[in-house]
Every structure is written in structure tokens, then in C-alpha cells.
Design a protein around this ligand. Structure first.
Ligand code: NDP
Length: 296
């Protein structure tokens, strides 16, 4: 019997924990604040940012939003980051990616104060994660880790395959899975577009994390019976719906769910976890910056 991993439910638990810690901070006179910065006209980016702001409101985090004209000089974004770094009421800073081509993404990531880097993409935080001393775990892989934990998926000694090696999903995911720590200790293979014989690797995997950005790329015939399948992908495909598209994952849910032991749906799997872990990191950041103990 295949178990559906309910990301909405686990994310609701995370939000509840976060709200409790917001209350604890508030008792100590601290109101955690998350600044989102949008420098884009892309409607999808606008939607993501407004969802993040709504999430903040739900758990009692103060949302601060800054919009910068997509044609403005890059320096305007860098200076905005400097201003937010200096503000005591801002504990987390998130610059919505992608930024326009004339902006240097690396400069953006380096410019954010590492203690406010709630995405966990600053080189200092990347280094700490790799060293097993994470300050902020990037939201998507951290969310996957929480899902595996919530569903008691045994990672220790398991063969895990991560499909994708991006800086935001694949690489940090693999780093978390190999850590000598709970929900780690997996023997982890990272696959990418140059991987040969992906099928053979997937066939042996106890845990598959699919993050290639290719609609329904992994299907049931490629999976080991009983595998845990985590589908990170969010892909828009044309469909006969009101919006003219639908969202599908990187896994063909129908065939995979006949073989897998447990599987995340899209939507309702990893997506809600990514959003919840941003709130988690923001509250953690507020604790770090103010010296108030938070249980996260
Ligand atoms: P990227 O495009 O940055 O990375 C995709 C990765 O997949 C690359 O490493 C690429 O390899 C690899 N890949 C491409 N083709 C193949 C192939 N044929 N076989 C094996 N590997 C392949 O994507 P992201 O990591 O940013 O995102 C991945 C997916 O997850 C997307 O659908 C995205 O929308 C979604 N996403 C979902 C989130 C959520 O909250 N649920 C959050 C973030 C992303 P190479 O490096 O060689 O090019």
C-alpha cells in the first residue's frame, strides 16, 4: 500500500511550531521580521513573493516588502540590501530569484548579512552546511528532510539518489542526506544531465529525490518497489484548464505511486514545506540576532 506524504499537513505542523516560537520572541520584546525584495516583472515571481508575505502574516512574522524597478541600476538592489542589513526590525532577507541579467547574482548572495540569509545561499552558510554546522538549511532540502522525518523514512544506510545538482536543491539536498546526523547517513548519489545510466541508479534507490525540472521525468518503471519518492519538481504544462496550464512534478505520479512505498504529490508535497521552512529560518534568525533562545 503506497503512502501519500502529505506536505500540507507537515507544513501546518511546522507553522504551528514557528508560531509558538514567534510568541516566545514576542514575550522577550522581539518581533521577527522578514524582508522580501522583488526586482522583476515576472508574474510568477510576484506571486511567490506575495505568498511569502501572506505566510508571514499567518504566523505573526512582520513582513516588509521592497520592490525595485526591473530596469533600475544593479547598485539600487545592492544598496537596498545594505539598508536591510542595517535594520534591527529585519531579521531575514530574501531576494526573489531570478534577478535581471544586469544584476550580478553572486554579488547579491554575498551582500546579504549571513545572519539574515534565510535562504541559506551565502557562501558562509553554504560552507557551514557542508561542514555539518548549518546555520540556515536551504528551505527546499530542509523541507524534504522534515518530510522524511515526519514519515519515519529510514535514511541511515539507505541508498538515496538525488536527481539534479542545482545550488538551491540538488547540492544542499545531497549534503543533508550524507550528514552524520539524524535524517542523514544515507549513501547518496547525485545525478545530473551528464549522468550515464540514470535508470540503473534509480533502480537501486531506496530514496529518490527528483529535482530535474522535467515534467514527469521519473516513472514507475524506473523505481525500486517500496522506494520513498520525493518529487521536488514544479512544472507548468499546457492543459485544458481555466488557466490554460497545470502543475506537474518531475515524477509521473500515477505509475510511480503503483511502485513506491511512499510518495509526495504535486502540488501538496514539497512546495508547502519550502514555504514553511522560510518562516522557520526567519524565526531562527531572529533568535540568533537577538540572543533570545528559540527551540528550532
Ligand atoms: P535547475 O534547472 O537549476 O536544475 C536542474 C538539475 O537537473 C540540473 O542539475 C540538471 O543537470 C539536472 N538535469 C537536467 N536534465 C537531466 C536529466 N536528463 N537527467 C538527470 N538530471 C538532469 O532546477 P532547480 O534545482 O532550481 O529546480 C528543479 C525543479 O524543482 C524545478 O521543477 C523547480 O521548479 C522545482 N523547485 C521546486 C521547489 C519547491 O518548493 N517544490 C523549490 C525549488 C525548485 P545539469 O546541472 O547537468 O544541467
Amino acid at each position: 500500500m503506497t503512502e501519500t506524504i502529505d506536505g500540507e499537513a507537515v507544513a501546518a505542523d511546522v507553522r504551528e511550531t514557528v508560531a509558538d516560537e514567534v510568541a516566545r520572541l514576542s514575550d522577550a520584546g522581539v518581533e521577527p521580521g522578514l524582508a522580501t525584495v522583488l526586482m522583476s516583472d515576472d508574474p510568477a515571481s510576484e506571486t511567490y513573493v506575495s505568498m511569502k508575505q501572506r505566510d508571514c502574516e499567518e504566523v505573526g512574522i512582520e513582513g516588509i516588502h521592497v520592490e525595485i524597478d526591473a530596469d533600475a541600476p544593479a547598485e539600487e538592489l545592492y544598496e537596498t540590501i545594505d539598508d536591510l542589513n542595517a535594520r534591527d526590525d529585519v531579521h531575514g532577507i530574501l531576494v526573489q530569484m531570478p534577478v535581471p541579467d544586469h544584476v550580478d547574482k553572486r554579488t547579491v548572495l554575498r551582500r546579504i548579512d549571513p545572519e539574515k540569509d534565510v535562504d541559506g545561499f551565502h557562501p558562509e552558510n553554504v560552507g557551514r552546511l557542508v561542514a555539518g554546522d548549518a546555520r540556515f538549511k536551504p528551505c527546499t532540502p530542509h523541507g524534504v528532510q522534515k518530510l522524511l522525518d515526519a514519515y519515519d523514512v529510514e535514511t541511515e544506510g539507505a541508498d538515496a539518489v538525488v536527481v539534479g545538482r542545482s545550488d538551491i536543491v540538488g547540492k544542499p539536498m545531497a549534503n543533508l542526506l550524507i550528514q552524520k546526523s539524524p535524517v542523514g547517513n544515507a549513501t547518496t548519489t547525485v545525478c545530473h544531465s551528464r549522468t550515464e545510466d540514470l535508470e540503473a541508479k534509480l533502480a537501486d534507490a531506496d530514496i529518490v529525490v527528483a529535482a530535474a525540472g522535467i515534467p514527469e521525468f521519473v516513472d514507475g518503471s524506473m523505481l525500486k518497489a517500496g522506494a520513498t519518492v520525493i518529487d521536488v519538481g514544479i512544472n507548468r504544462v499546457d492543459a485544458d484548464t481555466e488557466k490554460g496550464y497545470e502543475l506537474v512534478g518531475d515524477v509521473d505520479y500515477e505509475s510511480a505511486s503503483e511502485v513506491a512505498g511512499a510518495i509526495t504529490p504535486v502540488p501538496g508535497g514539497v512546495g508547502p514545506m519550502t514555504r514553511a521552512m522560510l518562516l522557520y529560518n526567519t524565526v531562527k534568525a531572529a533568535g540568533i540576532q537577538t540572543g533570545v533562545d528559540v527551540n528550532l
